[in-house]
Design a protein around this ligand. Structure first.
Ligand SMILES: CC(C)(COP(=O)(O)OP(=O)(O)OC[C@H]1O[C@@H](n2cnc3c(N)ncnc32)[C@H](O)[C@@H]1OP(=O)(O)O)[C@@H](O)C(=O)NCCC(=O)NCCS
Length: 167
């Protein structure tokens, strides 16, 4: 499945609500995070998932939403004042079209504008090192050293409320 260039206008980010949507986003994670990147930890819908908000990117087919997920991430509370974004993945043949950026912007908007999260000062992402520049490019800053987790280099990246610009 491909989307045309300029296709980001066809992309809609939604909060997954139904079991079918959650199963579909798990399938996408299995493909991207487990099979492609080798992160076995992402192969099950876990306890953190049960208390997370899950975002899914879909493509518009004309007026209708095509429910095959193209991207996903989860949002959950970390230490007090911190919100974590994790399990970020975009299907391989749809990368570079703005889907990741659009999902992160949706997540930031949700976190920094809703009453539910008014205590949140910082978003933190435990970034797989090869994706670091994606996050730096959308306003995140590195926090701490590069370290190995699950056999792969990772680095924390953060964005504070006062650095957030609505998009
Ligand atoms: C990292 C990932 C989520 C980015 O999603 P995406 O939809 O391809 O990214 P976008 O198209 O929104 O890119 C936004 C910008 O970041 C840039 N970018 C994307 N991935 C990048 C990367 N790995 N390194 C540097 N820049 C990157 C794009 O070129 C684009 O730049 P522009 O705005 O100047 O045109 C996606 O590549 C992916 O799923 N990778 C595999 C899984 C993964 O690494 N997940 C992250 C785990 S922490």
């Amino acid at each position: 499945m491909t989307i045309s260039s300029g296709g980001k206008d066809q992309i809609q980010v939604c909060i997954a609500k139904t079991d079918a949507e959650k199963q579909a986003l798990q399938n996408l994670r299995t493909q991207v995070l487990c099979k492609e990147l080798g992160f076995e930890v992402a192969q099950h819908y876990d306890e953190v998932d049960k208390r997370s908000v899950h975002l899914v990117a879909y493509r518009m087919d004309g007026e209708a939403l095509n429910k095959e997920p193209l991207g996903t991430l989860r949002i959950f509370r970390g230490i007090p004042g911190q919100m974590v974004i994790g399990r970020v993945g975009v299907t391989r043949n749809c990368r570079g079209l703005g889907i990741g950026k659009k999902m992160i912007a949706f997540a930031e908007n949700l976190i920094f504008t809703s009453d539910e999260y008014k205590d949140i000062e910082t978003i933190i992402i435990h970034a797989y090192f090869p994706s670091r520049d994606f996050y730096l490019g959308i306003g995140y800053k590195e926090s701490g050293d590069v370290h190995i987790e699950q056999g792969e280099p990772h680095v924390y990246v953060v964005k504070n409320r006062e650095e957030w610009v609505s998009s």
